[in-house]
Design a binder for this molecule. Structure first.
Ligand code: SF4
Length: 371
């Protein structure tokens, strides 16, 4: 039952320092965590907490909220207190909001000390306050907001420029003995982004937050993130991930979780193995797969369900899964653990699969297989 045993695709994990973002450990041997960012106005406490609750339900482990104004900073204590998952305040330019976020009980702060130094050298005080409160800092370098000096030197946001910027920002904190840091070097081009993280991984031991920034609408952004994170995580690089989509943030979390499950970095949950259909199909495979997926949504057990359109590859795949159907002649052969347990008319396939899935799930839960 459950996950088939396949050779791992993953190289040995890069050894990073471990930091603690509230209750979630990031780096070292901690599991790669999934995070997202709210899209609400942070000062709207009700809406923000509602969205954090939705993200938490979707499996988000750390949430970031923007803090561009005093009203947002004023909302942080309630948000940090009521959120079920650690809250990171995202702050640009204004040191006073960094202190407010630390006082508010935020689990971490994202800040770029380079920005702050331009205005007023408060880095030392931030390092002191953060270290006193045990609050780590994320240094988040983005192609779009790269330091002008580096842009002039490199001509554009190259991997080298992103990494140099990140390490320089780290050095501003290191000067004050502060190393409770995680880093991101985001770019909208997955190839530049992957190269930047590879360089960065080789040059420091800080935990890394992976992200393809401005990845685009859901379809494009999902693929860009999956390709980039897949390449890096397979090399052992990456300690926490954020998929950025021009879509509701709960979608980002689903994609992030699916990426980790696909790499076996997380125990897979429900997995539908359905064929693409072809001229041999004797059933509407798309509809059947959609109906089975909808019927089994929310199952937390690592159940593999095969939905196959005909008897050519159907029985073989259906046998490999925990549960499956191979359709043909207006009927469905239902397989459980490799055995045909019954043949049902097409109209009964979905309900029979759901019924059998429930039985297997109960058994898995009783056996302690569920995550
Ligand atoms: Fe075609 Fe059958 Fe394969 Fe589905 S299982 S793709 S219908 S041959």
């Amino acid at each position: 039952l459950g996950m088939p045993s396949v050779p791992s695709l993953l190289a040995e994990r890069r050894k990073s320092r471990q930091i603690q973002v509230g209750s979630v450990a990031v780096g070292g041997d901690a599991p790669v965590s999934v995070q997202s960012m709210t899209t609400t106005v942070t000062a709207d406490i009700g809406a923000t907490l509602q969205q954090i609750a939705e993200l938490t339900a979707a499996g988000c482990q750390i949430v970031r909220v923007a803090c561009p104004s005093q009203d947002d900073a004023d909302a942080l204590p309630v948000i940090a207190k009521k959120s079920q998952i650690p809250v990171i305040a995202d702050i640009h330019f204004q040191p006073k909001y960094v202190f407010a976020a630390i006082d508010a009980g935020c689990a971490a702060v994202r800040v770029n000390p380079g920005n702050i130094r331009q205005f007023d050298d408060k880095v030392k005080e931030i390092a002191k306050a953060a270290s006193g409160a045990g609050v780590p800092i994320r240094i988040g370098v983005n192609a779009g907001s790269l330091d002008r000096r580096l842009l002039e030197r490199y001509g554009r946001a190259t991997p080298e420029a992103l990494v140099e910027s990140a390490l320089w920002e780290c050095s501003l904190f290191e000067e004050h003995g502060f190393r409770d840091i995680k880093i991101s070097v985001k770019h909208n081009d997955p190839v530049v982004m992957v190269n930047a993280y590879r360089l960065l991984a080789a040059r420091c031991d800080y935990p890394l937050h992976l992200g393809v920034t401005e990845a685009g609408p859901a379809f494009q952004g999902t693929i860009k993130s999956a390709v980039a994170f897949g390449a890096l995580l397979a090399e052992g690089i990456g300690d926490t991930i954020r998929v950025s989509l021009s879509a509701p943030p709960a979608e980002e979390v689903k994609v992030g979780i699916q990426i980790l499950e696909s790499l076996n970095l997380r125990q897979r949950r429900l997995e539908i193995v359905s064929c693409p259909s072809c001229g041999r199909a004797q059933v509407d495979v798309y509809k059947l797969a959609d109906q089975v997926t909808a019927g089994l949504e929310g199952m937390e057990v690592p159940l593999r369900v095969a939905v196959m359109g005909c008897v050519v590859n159907g029985p073989g795949e259906a046998r490999e899964a925990d549960l499956g159907v191979a359709s043909g002649n207006g009927k469905g052969q239902i397989f459980v653990k490799g055995e045909v347990i019954k043949t049902v008319p097409e109209s009964k396939i979905v309900e029979t699969l759901i019924e059998e899935a429930m039985k297997i799930a109960e058994q898995m839960e009783a056996d302690g297989v569920a995550s």
